[in-house]
Write a protein that binds this ligand. Structure first.
Ligand SMILES: C[S@@+](CC[C@H](N)C(=O)[O-])C[C@H]1O[C@@H](n2cnc3c(N)ncnc32)[C@H](O)[C@@H]1O
Length: 592
């Protein structure tokens, strides 16, 4: 399959070891009667998952297997035939057809007709690694059709539609084994899939395979095993997770010197034994394996791992939470110009004099590459920001008053008017699509990048505009100014990294975390009057003042050698960190 076609259709075949792992889990969970066992892969590719299932069951049962595969690519069907033909199984049936149409299209009056099932049937087992395609790639028409068919709103991932259709064709009590992107576990737009799985299935196990690269795709995979039945509230679902080990600041995550790290033959063999936990050394590197259960949350909440250790940790934290970031601050994403090449530049000075926008319209712009801890690094770019406030209302500037900006905009008129949606919504053609309230930029604010391995929250007091690759927090009206420093202290602490990993755990490759509004809003804050909070605020104030040196002076926090002034900054940073842990009742973090 050509790379581009493969990408468009979300084709990443399951590697054999992972197929075997999923099949074994599924077989352990499924119940076979005396009759035939009907197994479906709705997007079977070369048949690897069906074959793995056939190999996972005992030989006498294999002879009673009926394997059904749907696939739209006829060369894959031919490959699947070659995979399945040598197996000693009852029968197999490969259908070159769109599974979604077969399961839900007008030609299927009953889900049980899929794959030629007889009247009351439905499949005993569905095993799948459905195509992973985002709405943008899917095309508006197909996305629209699927949304209508499945009653979806918002973003439509093809695998969600597949999951719904698979649920429809399983018999009650049948088992589902799904290999999907782990994104749906922790993001807002995954809530539809989470809700569907929670309400139509009893969840048996979740494996978050993280950044292990067990799956060739750029997607971080997860495995879900579930039984189709009305879920009982008492049931708890096993949740295991494995991520590459990174040496982080947090002392508790370091391997104890002197203690040897157990060697395992592979990540999956360690995961599969159900016991191994903690750090392991696999041939591909060091990994951190966690075992637990699906945290008991609201039906639409995100899915995270909980175990005795994390539960008691969170309990301690909760006892010390006075409020959340969202209570004292407003968290939002930065501006969106939808024509960055026109609005954002670092070379405004090189434009012809009569096209160089008037200085009052050029504002310093904060972007992820200038993000640092506590205060921002140098800002190279400025944004042409044609918005102001008139009588308390946001307005767009009159270009007649700004002849240079007007000439500049006119030169880019074609590019700007291509943004039809701006004009269609009754706005001026040279407006920024999402400019926010221009009055808010001058408020003191905390800014942070969307993606970072370690939190990089910094204070801005010079009225800079924030770009859409960063988020910003301003205090809600009437809130004490010190809350901003306390938020800064908490957000930059190693405590918050731990809190994030327990409460949200949305990690990408190389330990990078996604600091999205939905998470940051829920970051906890201790009582501002507590001794530790007051100490953290005082240190943060000193630290910010210390870092706020003239630009030709080196930033002490970035100095490699912690001596003299830099040492002071490092000391303050360490003290803030300690006070934040203490403020949440966690003086002894090694065992916490
Ligand atoms: C991610 S691959 C998985 C293949 C195989 N199950 C495995 O795990 O190796 C997804 C497969 O779905 C097929 N596919 C895409 N859309 C489909 C549809 N609507 N109906 C059936 N198959 C489809 C693709 O051709 C591709 O082979």
């Amino acid at each position: 399959v050509k790379q581009t076609t493969a990408k468009r259709q979300g084709i990443h075949y399951t590697p054999p070891e992972l197929a075997q792992f999923l099949a074994a889990l599924l077989w352990a969970q499924s119940t076979a009667g005396d009759g035939q066992l009907r197994v479906l892969d709705p997007a079977c590719g070369d048949g690897a998952l069906l074959a793995a299932f056939a190999r996972a069951v005992p030989a006498n049962l294999a002879r009673r297997l009926t394997l059904v595969g749907y696939e739209t690519d006829n060369s894959a069907i031919a490959a699947a035939r070659r995979t399945l033909r040598p197996l000693a199984i009852g029968q197999f049936k490969l259908i070159e057809s769109d599974f979604l149409r077969a399961a839900c299209g007008p030609e299927s009056s009953s889900p049980a007709r899929v794959g030629g099932a007889t009247a009351d049937a439905g499949f005993d087992v569905v095993i799948a690694n459905p195509p992973y395609v985002r709405t943008q790639v899917l095309g508006a028409r197909q996305a629209g059709r699927l949304a209508k068919q499945f009653g979806l709103t918002g973003r439509v991932d093809l695998y969600y539609a597949f999951a719904r259709a698979m649920a429809d064709v399983l018999r009650p009590g049948g088992t589902l084994g799904l290999l999907v992107s782990n994104r749906f576990l922790t993001i807002k737009s995954g809530s539809a899939l989470r809700a569907m799985l929670r309400t139509q299935f009893a969840l048996d196990a979740i494996y978050d395979l993280g950044d292990t690269k067990l799956f060739a795709a750029a997607v971080l995979p997860a495995i879900i095993v579930a039984t189709k039945q009305t879920p009982t509230t008492a049931a708890c679902c096993r949740f295991d997770r494995v991520y590459r080990h990174r040496v982080e600041k947090e002392r508790s995550e370091q391997p104890n010197s002197g203690e040897s790290i157990p060697a395992v033959s592979s990540i999956l063999s360690a995961l599969g034994d159900g016991r191994t936990t903690g750090l392991v050394r696999a041939p591909t590197g060091l990994f951190h394996l966690e075992r637990g259960f699906l945290a008991d949350r609201r039906p639409d909440g995100i899915w995270t791992l909980s175990n005795a250790k994390s539960k008691s940790w969170l309990k301690t934290v909760e006892r010390h939470v006075d409020r959340r970031f969202d209570d004292v601050g407003r968290v939002r994403v930065g501006i969106k110009t939808t024509a960055d090449e026109v609005f954002i530049r670092d070379d405004w000075d090189s434009l012809p004099l009569d096209e160089r926008p008037e200085p009052e319209l050029l504002r310093p712009l904060l972007r992820h590459f200038s993000a640092a801890r506590w205060l921002s690094g140098p800002q190279r770019q400025a944004v042409l920001y044609p918005h102001l406030v008139i009588n308390g209302q946001r307005a767009v500037v009159d270009l007649a008053a700004f002849p240079n900006a007007s000439r500049y905009f006119q030169r880019h008129r074609r590019r700007l008017t291509r943004r039809k949606y701006v004009i269609d919504s009754g706005r001026e053609w040279y407006e920024i699509w999402v400019p926010h309230n221009p009055a808010d930029w001058s408020l003191p604010k905390i800014v942070f990048p969307d993606i970072a391995a370690e939190s990089r929250f910094f204070l801005d007091r010079c009225g800079a505009v924030v770009n859409g690759d960063c988020y910003w927090i301003t205090l809600r009206p009437g809130q004490e100014a010190d809350w901003l420093l306390l938020m800064l202290a908490v957000a930059n602490s190693s405590f918050i990294t731990r809190f994030y990993d327990i409460a949200f755990h949305n990690q990408l490759y190389a330990g990078r975390r996604r600091f999205m509004t939905q998470y940051v809003k829920q970051f906890p804050l201790p009582a501002i009057s507590s001794r530790a909070a007051q100490r953290a605020i005082a240190c943060a104030r000193q630290l910010v003042a210390l870092v706020d040196t003239p630009s030709e002076m080196p930033n002490p926090l970035e100095s490699a050698e912690p001596t003299g002034t830099p040492k002071k900054a490092h000391e303050l940073e360490r003290e803030i960190d300690e006070q934040v842990w203490e403020a949440f009742g966690l003086e002894d973090r090694i065992d916490s």
